[in-house]
Design a protein around this ligand. Structure first.
Ligand code: NAD
Ligand code: UGA
Length: 448
């Protein structure tokens, strides 16, 4: 089928390349000329494992192309997917819909035949109705129908998530559009993926509910980690033990510095704002947002505690800047508030990330960016791990120990154990075990 994807970012580009791989003819559109120019040369605007080969392979096979010209792309298309950003509006935190509505107006103007418009961006309930109203208000002599088809991929494993999804959700209001989108996903490669048909509004809400639930799960385990530190348990054992219950599940129970990224923070905020517009209070979600926000500065305080209560004029080596491993995405990364807080407290920061350095350079001031982990550790009073990159897991801790000024390892992703660290001569502060935080109450009581 002939499909147009509007917005060639993390979602649009991955969706375009994967649909092409499934045999569809894809045109990816973006209004950023530099992005289109480099994509045509096979240069990826983002770091996503495997994307490079998928894009260039499908371009060579004639199934994937890139353009700024929406009108040309829409000629003969069966469907147009909207995959532009829906960031939080700076004034009030509601999802900023200006990019989605601009695309709807552009489609209304440039379409040259009947068209199914599929919203893949994460959007508040009722957006599909508004997009349909915009399309119809243009008074063009074509049929338009709008479908909600939310995307559940994770950055870093985006291709696998897209090609082997847990489910495909198609929220539609008529048989024509439902059939078109069902045919797009009804390909051999996706034969095992359950397809869930819902109303358009249910599909829109379901996406936010999924992200809010996952954010809640992470926040829950982070709070249990705090309790483990206080009582002398180990959050890794607790997470494993509760996760073995199939009603809970083991995934997304890794305690850390708080969730970040371009989705959970903005989507939890957006669903809570939508709810209040409908006079419903999502108090669990509102609490999750607050607990997660507070956690990031608390992580900086943990580094201060580990440094005997003072980081003024101390050198802190930060390993990992991206919001998670296997991406260069810095949007809402926990590294941002943690580093800024450490700088507020007077620390000098040396930092390294395998992929996110370029994006990080436009965010931070006064950070010394290094070529690798060992260079970052030179003269450091503490090494802080903020992203769980695989290459950090295989660091030579003994070598690192010989480079640092003081042997202190603050591991905010629990990629090492206290034993690994101790063997190399490091004092270890992890997350959610009795050695992680301030002296445990149980230790204090024992000492009495
Ligand atoms: P992004 O910022 O990486 O990409 C958006 C792209 O749209 C940019 O390249 C931008 O230039 C382009 N664009 C903006 N206005 C345009 C217009 N009028 N015409 C053509 N192109 C235009 O965003 P993203 O991370 O891909 O997210 C897109 C949507 O998908 C968001 O709603 C997000 O919540 C949702 N989502 C993202 C992920 C993820 O992992 N990033 C996963 C699931 C869902
Ligand atoms: C998330 C969802 O997982 C996707 O299903 C969804 O499509 C996407 O948001 C979206 O809507 O954009 P993503 O943001 O790429 O995907 O990354 P995640 O793997 O979910 O991680 C989000 C944050 O939670 C990261 O900061 C990560 O470090 C943190 N996290 C994740 C934890 O702290 N612990 C965990 O156990 C899992």
């Amino acid at each position: 089928m002939k499909i147009v994807i509007i917005g060639s970012g993390y979602v649009g580009l991955v969706a375009g390349a994967c649909f092409a791989e499934m045999g569809h003819i894809i045109t990816c559109v973006d209004n950023n000329p530099a992005k289109i120019e480099s994509l045509r040369k096979g240069i990826m605007p983002i770091y996503e494992p495997g994307l490079d080969a998928l894009v260039t392979g499908n371009m060579a096979a004639g199934r994937l192309s890139f353009t700024e010209d929406l009108g040309e792309a829409l000629k003969g298309a069966d469907a147009a997917f909207i995959a532009v950003g829906t960031p939080p509006r700076p004034t009030d935190g509601h999802a900023d819909m200006k990019y989605v509505y601009a695309v709807a107006r552009a489609i209304a103007e440039k379409a040259s035949d009947d068209l199914v418009v599929v919203d893949k961006s994460t959007v508040p309930v009722g957006t599909g109705d508004e997009v349909e109203r915009i399309l119809r208000a243009a008074g063009r002599p074509f049929r338009f129908s709008v479908v909600s088809n939310p995307e559940f991929l994770r950055e870093g494993v985006a291709i696998d998530d897209f090609m082997r999804p847990d489910r495909v959700v198609i929220g539609s209001e008529d048989a024509w559009s439902r059939n078109v989108v069902s045919r797009i996903y009804g390909v051999e490669q996706l034969k095992d993926a359950p397809i869930l048909h819902t109303s358009r509004r249910s599909a829109e809400l379901l996406k936010y509910a999924a992200n809010a639930f996952l954010a809640m799960k992470i926040t829950f385990i982070n709070e249990i980690a705090d309790l483990c530190e206080a009582v002398g348990g180990d959050v890794r054992d607790v997470a494993h033990g509760i996760g073995l219950d199939s009603r809970i599940g083991e995934k997304f129970l890794n305690a850390g510095p708080g969730y970040g990224g371009s989705c959970f923070p903005k989507d939890t905020l957006a669903i809570s704002k939508t709810a209040r517009d409908y006079r419903v209070e999502l108090r669990t979600v509102e609490t999750v947002i607050q607990v997660n926000d507070n956690r990031k500065r608390a992580m900086a305080l943990r580094v201060v505690d580990a440094c005997n209560g003072n980081v003024r004029d101390k050198t802190i080596a930060v390993l990992g800047l991206a919001f998670k491993a296997d991406t260069d995405d810095m949007r809402d990364s926990p590294a941002i508030p943690v580093i800024q807080a450490l700088q507020d407290f007077g620390a000098h920061i040396r930092a390294y990330d395998p992929e996110a350095m370029e994006n990080a350079k436009s965010i931070f001031t006064q950070v010394h960016f290094c070529r690798d982990s060992y260079e970052a550790a030179e003269g450091a009073d503490a090494v802080v791990i903020l992203t769980e990159w695989k290459q950090f897991k295989s660091l030579d801790l003994a070598k690192l120990r010989s480079i640092v000024q003081a042997p202190l390892l603050v591991d905010l992703r629990n990629i090492f154990t206290e034993k690994d660290a101790a063997k190399a001569g490091f004092d270890y502060w992890g997350i959610g075990s009795k050695n992680s935080g301030a002296p445990a109450l149980s230790q204090a009581l024992a000492a009495e």
